[in-house]
Design a protein around this ligand. Structure first.
Ligand SMILES: *Cc1c(COP(=O)(O)O)cnc(C)c1O
Length: 223
């Protein structure tokens, strides 16, 4: 795809986001995080060149190598993958803009200890397993408000900003909608300003359910 065709493609995505956010309110702002996990640095630069600034990766090594390669560009990097305890230090070396996938108290405690040692703070989202799917990471909705409160109290170096969730893995719109509404309900009960939900297949619905951050891979990086 040449640059003009690519820009038109991305504009279509942005128009869809605009329609969905305006259905909530003109004041409802949605941030786009471009998920570059299946894309190389040339593709990231191409998207940067048409205005995108925030990118997300789900493996610490990839986050490191891509952010190093593109160090000269003013990009924001988000970590959206499962974090193994033995990778915490590597993630903190990179110091991402937002760690979106804190998925347990145990991980929070390990992270807090490392942050404290380094005297640093990390903006973080609590990942919610909104459809209670065994294949997914995150805290179940029933426990999420309490876990969020506990991490806020016990982990002063983790700056909790809100919640992240992956919509239910289903072709049934109602099922996906219910999972977004469950996350939204948690979001309304906690102190935070980010509700990260919606991927390429379901971001319109996610925004209609209150998402203010979408994580888009294939929609922004067409093959
Ligand atoms: C891969 C991934 C995305 C983007 O997926 P697409 O369907 O390509 O948009 C979003 N969020 C998380 C956590 C991911 O792992």
């Amino acid at each position: 795809m040449n640059e003009i065709a690519y820009k038109l493609h991305v504009d279509k995505v942005i128009e869809t986001i605009e329609r969905a956010r305006l259905s909530i309110s003109g004041h409802h702002i949605v941030k786009i995080v471009a998920v570059s996990k299946y894309s190389d640095t040339a593709a990231i630069e191409a998207l940067y060149n048409i205005g995108q600034r925030a990118f997300g990766e789900n493996r610490v090594q990839d986050l490191k190598s891509k952010s190093d390669t593109l160090d000269a560009l003013p990009l924001e990097w988000h970590f959206i993958g499962t974090l193994q305890k033995n990778k915490i230090n590597q993630l903190l070396e990179i110091d991402p803009t937002l760690f979106q996938s804190l998925d347990s108290i145990e991980l929070a405690k390990a992270l807090q200890q490392r942050l404290n040692e380094r005297e640093m703070q990390l903006d973080t989202l609590l990942q919610i397993n909104s459809a209670n799917e065994a294949s997914k990471h995150g805290v179940h909705c029933d426990a999420a408000v309490e876990v969020y409160r506990q991490i806020s109290e016990e982990c002063p170096n983790i700056n909790l900003r809100g919640v992240m969730s992956i919509g239910a893995h289903s072709n049934d719109r109602q099922t996906v909608q219910r999972s977004f509404e469950a996350t939204r309900s948690v979001y309304e009960q906690i102190e935070g300003d980010i509700c990260s939900m919606g991927m390429s297949g379901d971001y319109e619905l996610a925004i209609e359910c209150g998402s203010n951050m979408v994580r888009l891979g294939s929609a922004l990086f067409p093959k």
